[in-house]
Write a protein that binds this ligand. Structure first.
Ligand SMILES: NC(=O)c1ccc[n+]([C@@H]2O[C@H](COP(=O)([O-])OP(=O)(O)OC[C@H]3O[C@@H](n4cnc5c(N)ncnc54)[C@H](OP(=O)(O)O)[C@@H]3O)[C@@H](O)[C@H]2O)c1
Length: 247
């Protein structure tokens, strides 16, 4: 992407580990100025140490009501924002429907997501030049998954929310480009439960695909090709068969 330095200001929420961290590193290598946020400050500071003059750090817990204000402060400190990338999220298998897990997942992936994405969208709506709003949802949102009900339901919420924002931006004539990133299984701390996940991808490879998708202004990107085929077919499976499917 050829752009002036003022067009290359990105905020990444969820940059302290996994996919968000790898995307942050790739954008730094391209010369972007970054505002990075998450709860674990020491990890954000370690990322800042890689390019101290180009990284602003802010601790944000997206489940907290002050997260909106903290994100606005981070954008201000960065001198503006052209790209908002939402990578924060949690997910666990929860076959026993442990209430704490179910509810905390909703707080983070549904409430926290809506809070942060809303702040970024309103910011872009108020700027003449708009911006790019990209978020990692998941292929898990394309079907109700018995082993992780809250996770798959909140990922479906995120995808539907982004689709709604895309339509709204278009109809209001706002120059906001929305990108829904849907990876399959990625080898990060999110999958640290010893379950033998098939078709596991490296976060570095997924991050490269995400950055390319941002440059190419994709709308929905399923990563990778194997998962594009898988989700195409499993969407065709009728409910009477889906309920028998062993996951
Ligand atoms: N790994 C996969 O197989 C996979 C597949 C599809 C989609 N995804 C999605 O990709 C995204 C990134 O996950 P990952 O795999 O990279 O896992 P990860 O390494 O665990 O990263 C999760 C990120 O979310 C942040 N986060 C969690 N709760 C937060 C909160 N309350 N406030 C602010 N930040 C919070 C974490 O930072 P702190 O803990 O420092 O706050 C961390 O930076 C998630 O939305 C996940 O659902 C992952």
């Amino acid at each position: 992407m050829k752009a002036k330095e003022t067009d290359r200001r990105a905020v990444i929420v969820g940059a302290s580990s996994g996919i968000g961290l790898e995307v942050a590193r790739l954008l730094l290598a391209e010369g972007w100025l970054l505002g990075v946020a998450a709860r674990r400050e020491e990890r954000l500071l370690a990322l800042k140490a890689e390019a101290p003059e180009r990284v602003e750090v802010m601790t944000i817990d997206i489940t907290s009501p002050d997260a909106d204000q903290r994100l606005q402060t981070l954008i201000q400190r960065l001198g503006g924002m052209n790209l908002y990338f939402h990578a924060s999220g949690i997910g666990k298998q929860n076959r026993m429907l442990e209430p704490d897990i179910e509810l905390h997942t909703v707080e983070t992936n549904a409430l926290g997501f809506t809070r942060m994405v809303g702040t970024a969208y309103r910011y872009f709506a108020a700027q003449r030049e708009g911006g790019i709003l990209a978020a990692i949802t998941s292929i898990a949102g394309t079907k109700g998954l018995g082993p992780a009900p809250s996770y798959s339901a909140t990922k479906a919420l995120q995808a539907t929310y982004l689709e709604a924002l895309e339509q709204q931006a278009h109809q209001r004539g706002l120059p906001i480009h929305i990108i829904d990133i849907r990876p399959g299984f990625v080898d990060t701390a999110l999958l640290n439960d010893d379950f033998p996940y098939p078709m596991l991808m490296r976060p570095e490879a997924v991050a490269r695909d995400i950055v390319r998708s941002i440059h190419r202004r994709r709308h929905v990107r399923i990563i990778d090709g194997r998962y594009r085929i898988l989700t195409f077919f499993w969407r065709l499976i009728p409910r009477c068969l889906w309920r028998r499917w062993k996951l």
